[in-house]
Design a protein around this ligand. Structure first.
Ligand SMILES: Cc1cc2nc3c(=O)[nH]c(=O)nc-3n(C[C@H](O)[C@H](O)[C@H](O)COP(=O)(O)OP(=O)(O)OC[C@H]3O[C@@H](n4cnc5c(N)ncnc54)[C@H](O)[C@@H]3O)c2cc1C
Length: 416
């Protein structure tokens, strides 16, 4: 379906989860099949328009202004092959669709904090999941990528068919065509130990330091993070958190010994909320409890080889207006996958994210403020994570190893 600015569905179709950036595509193609996507790419070439893609709009950065936007949100098909432990996922599917389809087979995908995020956008950008330290990046577990190429052909890209393009698509995200479907690995996980511990930083001022020290002691099958923020007196926050500065530790772990593993965290002090326990993987969206309503946010991050107590103090002092999110990396994330891909900076042990709600206007002052926080950890910074850059005009800067960035640019020229 072709939707132009005078169409009644135009506003709904161009909108997405991220509301910070108003954009007015010249035309939107609401695709329902790979052939629709291919035809849209062809149409864009005929009309000399640039192609942009949107599944959910979680990562949208206003890039479709005046261009042809392909909306894939109707392409939500998921086909699980339980024997091969894979799922073939269409371009518009969200993680919740895959989680639902995989669960009856005792399988789970390498999904992230929010089940509403799009599988393809997340995976092309690397994909840091709930079980990431045990299994690696989502991009490490892609078998095939179906693409409408920039010259409007439908091709299946595999490690054998086109090793360069297969390398680039998994982590390099943009400029290689529009993905119509991917086939990803599933892992044999149906139950996990997971949830969150919420500390009031006034009562447990050392909670974040304690968390960081604890990360050095945990096995790879435990993946965790801490979010630090002030919870205003708003209904979206559980009542006991309101009006407090919170450190929210999130845990996802396979194995039977979850309670033992988190005992040192509980020993840090009283929790305002303590909801950790066995849960079906299908309920794992409750671990982060990410917002599900569209809103406006800006964010940046730094991949760090370490995060010292001293640097953490600086970060938290500078970031009192922001949401700070520190995710523990390492484990399988540090290892190259069997078939290499464009995800780099694998020596990182933490990703430090700074996120701000944004109420419109000029984002420069927000970017400058976030930069100051990240400058405090410059000494340990080796790059940044493409998926966690929100609202920057140069999302790729630092997101790749320098040699990989050159290779990606050469490949983009080749396929353009
Ligand atoms: C609340 C929230 C939680 C998140 N949690 C995590 C997390 O735990 N781990 C993590 O790694 N990331 C996470 N992210 C980041 C998320 O993975 C990226 O923003 C991702 O790009 C979103 O993809 P989307 O399809 O949902 O969004 P969209 O805005 O629809 O797409 C984002 C971008 O992906 C690319 N893209 C999408 N579809 C296609 C396609 N068919 N072909 C080619 N390119 C395409 C395009 O560049 C597009 O601009 C989170 C984001 C939010 C807002």
């Amino acid at each position: 379906m072709e939707i132009t600015p005078d169409h009644p569905a135009y506003d709904a179709e161009r909108a997405g989860f991220q509301t910070a950036f108003e954009h007015r595509p010249a035309v939107i193609i609401a695709a329902t099949s790979a052939e629709d996507v291919r035809a849209a790419v062809e149409l864009a070439a005929e009309r000399h328009l640039t192609v942009a893609v949107k599944a959910t709009g979680h990562g949208r950065e206003g890039s479709a202004e005046g261009h042809l936007l392909i909306s894939t949100s109707r392409m939500t098909g998921v086909r699980v092959d339980a024997e091969r432990r894979t799922a073939r996922v269409e371009a518009g599917a969200q993680w919740r669709h895959v989680i639902e389809a995989a669960a009856p087979h005792g399988l789970a995908p390498l999904s992230g904090s929010a089940p509403e995020v799009g599988v393809v956008g997340y995976t092309l950008g690397g994909g840091l999941g709930l079980l990431a330290r045990e299994f690696g990046f989502a991009a490490d577990h892609v078998r095939t990528v179906d693409v409408a190429t920039p010259d409007a052909r439908l091709v299946r890209v595999t490690a054998d068919s086109d090793p360069d393009l297969f390398w680039a698509l998994r982590g390099g995200r943009d400029g290689f065509g529009v993905v119509t479907a991917i086939e990803v690995d599933l892992v044999p996980v149906s139950t996990i130990y997971g949830g969150g511990l919420y500390f009031d930083l006034e009562r447990v001022p050392d909670a974040v330091n304690g968390y960081l020290a604890w990360t050095a002691t945990v096995p790879e099958r435990l993946t965790s993070s801490v979010g630090v923020y002030f919870a205003p007196d708003l209904p979206m926050f559980p009542e006991p958190l309101r009006g407090r500065s919170i450190a929210h530790v999130r845990i996802a772990c396979t194995g039977e010994d979850g309670d033992e593993l988190v005992a040192p965290l509980r020993a840090l002090g009283p929790r305002v909320i303590d909801k950790l326990g066995e849960m079906p993987f299908a309920d794992a969206g409750s671990i982060y409890d990410d917002p599900t309503h569209p809103h406006s946010y800006l964010g940046d991050n730094a991949l760090l080889t370490e995060l010292t107590e001293h640097a953490l103090r600086d970060v938290l002092a500078l970031a009192d207006q922001y949401i700070v999110d520190i995710r523990h990396l390492g484990g399988a994330l540090s290892r190259e996958p069997e078939v290499p891909n464009a995800v780099g900076h694998r020596a990182a042990q933490y990703v430090l994210r700074v996120i701000s709600p944004f109420d419109g206007g000029d984002p420069t002052s927000v970017h400058t403020g976030q930069r100051k926080v990240l400058d405090a950890v410059n000494e340990w910074t080796i790059g940044r994570s493409l998926n966690f850059v929100y609202g920057s005009t140069d999302a790729e800067a630092g997101s790749f190893e320098p040699g990989d960035l050159l290779r990606l640019r050469e490949l983009r020229n080749r396929v353009a």
